[in-house]
Every structure is written in structure tokens, then in C-alpha cells.
Design a protein around this ligand. Sequence first.
Ligand code: BG6
Ligand code: MG
Length: 230
Amino acid sequence: MSSIRLTKTINSRMKIKASLFDLDGVVVDTACYHYLAWKKIANDLGFDFSEHDNERLKGISRMESLDILLEIGKIKVDFRTKEELAATKNSMYVSYINKMTPDEILPGVIRFLDELRNEGILIALGSASKNAMSILDRINIAQKFDVVIDGNKVSKAKPDPEVFLKGASELGIEPQDCLVFEDAQAGIDAARNGGMHIIGVGQPENLKNADHVIPGFEKMNLDLLRSWYP
Ligand code: BG6
Ligand code: MG
């Protein structure tokens, strides 16, 4: 896929001209597959890894996640072992995502993406994951995004705003006219650092500094968006 596929000119009269979606935990619940794979790594190293601990890993890169995991387990390893552990985790994760189907797209996401497109609001994916494109292909949703920025295209992980700023720039929209949907605190901070509007997806206690927090997309629609960003 080319990095840009603008099918529509911007015709929205809304304040928000572009939307940027995180992938894991926003479009699909791959957060649980990341968790299962990291938990197996932790257990094999002899310590437990709780869902509460897993919140710290959401939104950040694979190697940074491993650093946090090892810190939780109070384990020190050399660089080569770290690379092996990260590769083992990724192959477990890939075996989970290779079984994904479009049924795993979270409720309301497709309908809401279509509403945004019909309104003329551009749509980008902004994910830290290097597996983002293969997930989009597996769940047959790649064509819904005008631009995809993933972990292969950025050098600085969230909370650095690079992933979202690149998305905005490829869409040709100023950051202040962009709205980010994120399920991770690192992603909320990245959007905030990029000067964008932010809707958190999940539990408010895990998502500080979002403009608004929604539990998911089932009740999300353009009328609500207009009322929040008039
Ligand atoms: C993010 C996830 O989307 O991608 C993180 O929230 C994950 O948990 C990161 O570590 C990197 O993913 P991957 O697929 O490149 O290991
Ligand atoms: Mg996420």
C-alpha cells in the first residue's frame, strides 16, 4: 500500500479536519494478545505479570516494553538476550494476530469510520506497532485509512508526538485541526505533545489529560463530535 490514499477532498465544515486512530486497543483488542505474549515471557523468566502492570506497556515500543517488563521482574540481561526475548515475544504475538478475523474489529468502529469519511474528515492510523499493516490486512480494514503511520515509519516512540505529526503532515492538516483516538496514556501524552485534540478510549482513570473519554465506539457519532468540538 502506498503511504497515502486520499479518496476525498476535505469538505467538512467541522472544526476537526482529520482523525488519527491508534490501532491496538482502539480499532482492535490486540492489547490482550500483547499481554498474553508478555505474560508468557515473564512467567518463563520466573515472575508474574499482571494486567495492571500491562497498562504501562500500552502504546510504547516493543523494546521499551521489554525494558519495563525486565524492570518489573528485577532482571538484568545483556543486549543479545534482550533481542532474543523481544523476538520470542513477537513470534508469539504474530501467531495470535495471524488468527484474527474482521469479527475482532471493536464494535462501532467501522460505522464511525464511515461516518467520518462521509463527512469529509480524513482518517489516519498512528500506531507504534511494526505489525500494524499485517493486522489491517488480516481484518480487511486497510482501505478505510487515507494514511498509515506505523512503528516502521517512526524513530521516536509515544509519548513523542512523531507518529501523529507524521500522520497529520501526510494528510496535509495542521495539528490543531486533528483529533486523536487513543487507549494508552503514552498515546494521550503524544497527542497532547503534538498540539492535537484527544479522545481517550477506555477507562477514565487510565487516561489522564484527554479532552473526553469514551468506553468504545458504540455510542460515538458525528453529533457527539460536533457538540464536543463546535
Ligand atoms: C502498540 C502497543 O500499539 O504497539 C504496544 O500498544 C506495543 O503494546 C507496540 O508494544 C509495539 O508493537 P509491535 O507489534 O511492534 O511489537
Ligand atoms: Mg493502543
